[in-house]
Design a binder for this molecule. Structure first.
Ligand code: ADP
Ligand code: ZN
Ligand code: ZN
Length: 745
């Protein structure tokens, strides 16, 4: 690496660097530029190696300045300048600074979150070098004949001849198992060669054409395209299958054709492999995909391709919002209502909200899409902050899914399934159709209980029961991750009469296997899809057609298309109807609409049955008879009455302590401090115990701040936070501040 020499005098007179160092303390740290490095330019966004305490650390320059609050002789010099060009451009740095201040999270850690891990370690900001196999200049199709007795070699050579760009290791591994011996032989014969080159995404040839768009799609695209040169926020509200993705594709094509880049955010890539594929087949430009399944090298390469402008479109999950994109022209946030945009620990940001901030800062349009927009977004439509575009029709079918409630009261129930639902399942299977049964609880049963004395399988570290996983003979705590062998005896009285209480997906699968022995049954949840490729296999089986049943958790509600499904059963809604979580109703409504959208996509009309003991519940009544919009309207009124977002803004101070008293002490001191600022516009509630008080061995308490006005909240927070850090009681516990918390647990 050759740092760039700086000839300007002005900078030579500024000997101090403000550096974001990855430690959980607020503010940046000041360092001196040593005499020996003065001739180089220290651009903000370049990495430096700095001494920190007894070790060294990799930080990012925020600013070069001649002022420090500390005496110069107290400052240490940096060890090394790592980059000649900024790895984070000024616009991303600006976004990170904004996020640090809004979410009250230390800038050093925020900057870390934006960097691929190899860059955090100080590795060069370059694409990975990979090995690529190619034919040699003299190889031709004639050489195939010489290989008639070596079928594998012939096969590999044929593929190489068809791929003049060469083939990488990962492609060969995936598509031609056991390719190495044959390749080695081809190398020895001089028919193939191996070169090292930078790994950059290639443009896939365009392999599918856009369908001719319907009026609603055309109108949305034309209206949004009227002004792509400035910041506008668009909400694309379209039922599942209405062709929202086609709108994203068309807009992306236009933006890319005008020489700009596009960023597409998705909640979870593994759940939507088709989306990435569709972009690749249609855009004809290099696409970088950023998600958690990549190894460090792959992530750096994808990031590098995006930040150098090589990739014209980037698809990524949450943290992709921080990718430097020199020519960004459009951001798309798919399934904008999805909770996985909110990071729930550490730096607790919301990528959907940061997409709005980034698009405003960069003065570009942003499109949020969903079949079930968040109440926040609908509220912003009401306030005319967002432009709304609606797609009411399904693109490929006119069929309408009928949603009905199944009253469970006094009905015979077997393993969570009412007799009425079972009759329906049987009917649909008889017609050769597929059925989805949806239950958001994995495992066999949520607890085991002693039939003789009532002892239960509690988690030692949480206020929760341990879930019984029958096939693995284990108990799992879904809150802290604890695992033990499942007991054969009561932990109290020693009785062997243990009952599995309640129903999870595993239990339903077992039951259905017995009940419908000839019907293939597929369970899709986190337990059955852990292995790489397992989800894809299962989805493929589901696509094969023929009568079958899919049992699964909310993974089934996301992204997939099940064309042969004609019946969806939602097994458990009662808990969500009466949950303490202020978003529970919204989540339930979104879930019902999302799973409903999975059924009856092809020619076959779909039917959705919702089991409940509360068929008269107003939420269900409004949702079913008047639709999601009306539901959202009334839910927004309820939020207003209860003082919850989006009408009021929330901040949660959370604390977890091994000793309960220490937590309470801190929380009471924190509350007193907060009171002392006399912030009239901010209401303070608590401290109170978290809904699940003990988790992973810590007692959890929370204090909630609520205000109509974000400014008032932030004013208070800016005084509060440094004082909280000073509290002696804060040192012995874990605490965090969550701005715009996703839930209050
Ligand atoms: P959404 O993103 O709203 O769920 P998609 O864009 O995935 O919808 O569209 C659903 C299906 O309908 C896809 O298979 C897509 O190719 C197809 N489709 C979308 N728009 C049209 C159209 N105008 N004509 C025909 N098929 C379409
Ligand atoms: Zn636990
Ligand atoms: Zn017992």
């Amino acid at each position: 690496m050759n740092p760039t020499v700086d000839h300007s005098d002005a900078n030579n007179k500024k000997p101090i660097l403000k550096v974001a160092v990855p430690i959980p303390l607020f503010g940046s740290f000041d360092y001196l530029i040593p005499e020996s490095l003065r001739q180089y330019s220290f651009t903000p966004g370049c990495r430096v190696e700095v001494p920190f305490g007894r070790r060294t650390s990799i930080g990012v320059i925020l600013e070069q300045t001649d002022h420090s609050d500390f005496a110069l002789n107290k400052l240490k010099p940096i060890n090394k300048l790592i980059d000649s060009e900024a790895v984070l451009d000024t616009r991303v740095l600006d976004l990170l600074r904004w996020a640090s201040s809004y979410y009250l999270h230390p800038i050093g850690e925020v900057v870390q979150a934006a960097l691929p891990s190899l860059l955090r370690q100080g590795k060069p900001a370059e694409a990975a070098v990979i090995k690529v196999w190619k034919t040699t200049d003299s190889t031709s199709a004639n050489d195939l004949e010489g290989l008639n007795r070596a079928a594998k070699q012939k096969h590999i050579l044929q593929i190489l001849l068809n791929s003049p760009e060469g083939l990488g290791e990962s492609y060969l591994n995936d598509n031609h198992p056991n390719w190495r011996p044959a390749m080695k032989a081809l190398l020895e014969k001089g028919l193939a060669g191996c070169v090292e080159q930078a790994s950059l995404p290639e443009a896939h040839p365009i392999s599918t054409q856009a369908p001719s768009l319907n009026d609603e799609q055309t109108q949305a695209i034309e209206t949004i395209s009227e002004d792509l040169s400035q910041h506008h926020i668009h909400l694309l509200h379209g039922v599942t299958g209405s062709g929202k993705t086609e709108v994203y594709l068309a807009l992306s094509e236009r933006v890319i054709a005008s020489g700009k880049q596009v960023l597409v955010l998705v909640p979870e890539i593994s759940l939507t492999p088709q989306l990435t594929q569709r972009f690749q087949q249609r855009m004809g430009c290099p696409i970088a995909v950023l998600h958690s399944g990549l190894n460090d090298q792959q992530r750096l390469s994808a990031w590098h391709a995006a930040s150098t402008g090589h990739a014209r479109l980037v698809i990524g999950t949450r943290s992709a919002i921080f990718t430097p994109l020199p020519e960004l022209g459009l951001i798309v946030v798919d399934e904008e209502h999805d909770g996985s945009y909110k990071q729930q620990e550490g730096f607790r940001y919301n990528a959907r909200d940061l997409a709005l901030v980034r698009s405003q800062k960069e003065n570009i349009p942003v499109v949020l899409g969903s079949a079930t927009p968040s109440l926040e977004s609908l509220h912003n439509v009401n306030r005319q902050r967002f432009h709304i575009h609606t797609l009411k029709q399904r693109a490929r079918t006119q069929s309408i899914t009928r949603i009905k409630l199944l009253d469970m009261c006094s009905q015979p129930i077997q393993e969570g399934l009412s007799a009425a639902l079972l009759v329906k399942v049987e009917e649909h299977l008889k017609q050769g159709n597929q059925v989805i049964l949806f239950l958001n609880r994995r495992g066999f049963s949520p607890l085991m209980m002693c039939h003789d004395c009532g002892w239960m399988t509690r988690c030692k570290r949480c206020d929760a029961n341990m879930t019984y996983h029958k096939h693995k003979h284990q108990l799992h705590c879904h809150h802290c991750g604890a695992e033990t062998r499942s007991p054969t005896q009561c932990g109290d009285c020693g009785s062997e009469e243990l009952l599995a209480i309640g129903t999870g997906t595993e239990r339903i699968e077992d039951f259905l296997t017995e009940r419908f022995p000839d019907v293939p049954i597929n369970r899709i949840d986190r337990d059955t899809t852990r292995r790489k490729g397992a989800l894809e296999d299962k989805l493929q089986q589901a696509h094969a057609g023929g009568a079958s049943i899919l049992v699964g958790t909310q993974m089934l509600a996301k992204g997939h298309d099940f064309p042969n499904v004609t019946l969806v059963g939602v097994l458990d809604t009662d808990q969500a109807l009466y949950s303490a979580d202020f978003r529970a109703a919204e989540h339930l409504a979104q879930l019902i609409i999302q799973v409903s959208g999975r059924a009856g996509r092809a020619e076959k009309p779909g039917e959705v049955l919702i089991q409940t003991h509360h068929p008269d519940h107003p939420l269900l009544q409004t949702l079913l008879h008047q639709g999601y919009e009306k539901f959202a309207e009334s839910a927004l009124v309820e939020r207003q009455q209860a003082g919850f977002p989006p009408h009021k803004h929330l901040v949660l101070l959370r604390c977890g302590a091994i000793k309960k008293e220490l937590g309470l002490l801190f929380m009471h001191e924190a509350r007193e401090l907060a009171n002392s600022y006399n912030a009239k516009e901010v209401e303070i509630f608590g401290p109170w115990p978290a809904p699940m008080e003990k988790r992973a061995g810590r007692f959890r308490t929370q204090t909630m701040l609520q205000a109509n006005d974000r400014k008032a909240l932030h004013q208070l927070l800016r005084q509060w936070l440094p004082q909280l850090q000073q509290l002696k009681s804060s040192k012995q516990i874990r605490w965090s501040i969550d701005v715009d918390p996703y839930d209050t647990f």
